[in-house]
Write a protein that binds this ligand. Structure first.
Ligand SMILES: Cc1cc2nc3c(=O)[nH]c(=O)nc-3n(C[C@H](O)[C@H](O)[C@H](O)COP(=O)(O)O)c2cc1C
Length: 475
């Protein structure tokens, strides 16, 4: 659920009720999806000084929602996006660890850095983190969390009432981290999870962000889903992963995408037109341009050409949270005017193609045609799955699960059953080797003081390795 979800039609359900989430997650599980993923927005987007009233808003806290979903699902992974700027490592590690235990080893954390000042205004700390520090901060955070998760041995708590004591204190190790960003002296309050620790997703696309993922993440949630782009991104991440001293395939890649599907190509085209017209109506199209012009564009005809009006700002900066801040406004708007004129597009057509809801993020076509295209991604090894944004809540995954998944199964590129119980197993990830968690941008000194982690690692790694075949999947 995000700003591209269609809300202005009778079929649209609640964006906040548990029932919508339950329906989506259970549909995804019926379709053997590896995971159910929730993004995070810590502050409502704002446009020209006001809350962006065309957006779908309302995101219940991800960890709370996923804990509830853990009780109505049995296999599907549960991914919570959480930032490394406004949380504290031991505290967030404990909450994610709790989700991992509650769900029987199905939790994951999508690590985001969210360093902008206007989000910081929501918090006691304000925008205290310099942009350049976002990944040194994140690295120290994740290193500490990994130590917390691996600090208990597998046998640290009594198996039954015959043991002399409930807790074997030799089996748990305190975590010490002293660095520029954190000083943490902590003893974890929870035993090791069935999948070793939560799976780590990462979303952030700068070279520094990619290197961070290569060192620390299990999965990258990327924005690169067009085939050439996905292949180039795969090559880049693989090189960085090897450079970081990890196996070439240690980091899985899942770009975000949207599917608009129908039985025939013709019907899919009509459906796409319908979806786009509801995602980007006249008001949304004008609001989209206003972000870049930095001013209200009252009276501009959405069915006319892009306005020949100078932007009111040097740099685009108006819609906070849009992700488009900082472009050179005059050059960008002039280039867009030229592009739209060359293509003969009016504002609505231009924005529908150009915006993040637009063509590049969407697979549209008949079930069979889209399955063929996806099979090609699989054959070329371009991605390990997709992170799908349904354009309608709560029924937006139905046609994918009912019609696309069987086509993919017929082509042998999609699992026919869950091959394991934990998310780590669904994704074909190795048992976590967090002894290397300190590698990378050092924040200070780290240590974990007992044999506990090593004992736990060995004991449960064997269980894992004795287990099942990896399961690639579309998330
Ligand atoms: C595909 C993708 C998804 C993201 N999702 C979120 C999100 O849900 N919440 C959030 O606060 N930031 C999100 N981010 C922002 C990143 O965490 C990061 O702060 C931002 O991309 C700046 O880092 P970078 O310079 O490395 O790209 C996302 C980024 C990408 C590329």
């Amino acid at each position: 659920m995000n700003s591209s979800t269609v809300w202005n039609v009778p079929e649209a359900g609640s964006q906040t009720d548990f029932e919508s989430f339950r329906r989506l997650a259970q549909t995804a599980e019926r379709g053997l999806f590896a995971a159910f993923f929730l993004g995070e927005g810590l502050r409502l987007r704002e446009h020209l000084g006001h809350v962006h009233d065309l957006d779908v808003v309302g995101r219940p806290d991800a960890q709370t929602m996923l804990a509830a979903l853990a009780r109505v699902t049995t296999r599907i992974g549960l991914v919570a996006t959480q930032n490394t700027t406004y949380n504290d490592p031991a505290d967030l590690a404990h909450r994610l660890h709790s989700l991992d235990l509650i769900s029987g080893g199905r939790a994951a954390w999508n690590i985001v850095t969210t360093d902008n000042e206007w989000t910081g205004e929501n918090f006691r700390r304000g925008g205290y983190l310099d942009h350049a520090d976002r990944y040194t901060h994140a690295e120290a955070f994740v290193q500490t969390a990994k130590r917390v998760w691996s600090s208990w041995g597998a046998d640290a708590i009594a198996a039954d009432g015959r043991a002399p004591q409930w807790l074997d204190r030799q089996g748990i190790g305190p975590v010490h981290h002293e660095g520029e960003h954190y000083t943490v002296h902590y003893i974890s309050r929870l035993p090791r999870s069935p999948q070793g620790r939560p799976v780590l997703f990462q979303a952030g696309d700068s070279p520094t962000g990619r290197d961070f993922a290569a060192r620390q993440a299990d999965v990258v949630f990327s924005a690169h889903n067009a085939l050439d782009d996905a292949l180039a991104f795969r090559k880049d991440i693989t090189e960085r992963t090897v450079e970081a001293g990890r196996p070439a395939d240690a980091v899985k890649i899942m770009p975000g995408t949207e599917f608009v599907l129908a039985p025939t190509p013709r019907e899919a085209e009509e459906k796409l037109e319908w979806v786009r017209s509801h995602q980007i109506g006249p008001q949304q199209a004008i609001a989209y341009l206003e972000q870049f012009w930095g001013r209200a564009l009252d009276g501009v005809d959405p069915e006319g050409p892009l306005p020949d009006i100078a932007p009111a700002v040097d740099e685009t900066d108006v819609t906070r949270g849009s992700g488009f801040q900082g472009a050179k406004a005059a050059e960008l708007t002039a280039a867009w005017r030229r592009e739209a004129a060359e293509k003969g597009q009016n504002i609505l057509q231009f924005v529908r193609e150009r915006s993040s809801r637009g063509a590049s993020r969407t697979f549209s076509g008949s079930y069979a045609d889209v399955a063929d295209r996806l099979a090609e991604y699989s054959r070329l090894g371009a991605v390990d799955g997709f992170n799908i944004t349904p354009w309608l809540i709560p029924s937006g995954l139905d046609d994918i699960v009912n019609h696309l998944v069987p086509e993919l199964q017929e082509r042998g590129v999609y699992p026919t059953e869950y091959s394991g119980d934990t998310l780590r197993e669904h994704l074909g990830l190795d048992w976590p080797d967090d002894e290397g968690a300190g590698a990378g941008v050092a924040d200070g000194t780290d240590s974990v003081d007992s044999a506990g982690a090593a004992i736990g690692d060995r004991a449960t790694r064997e269980d894992h390795d004795a287990g099942r075949a990896p399961q690639p999947a579309i998330t």
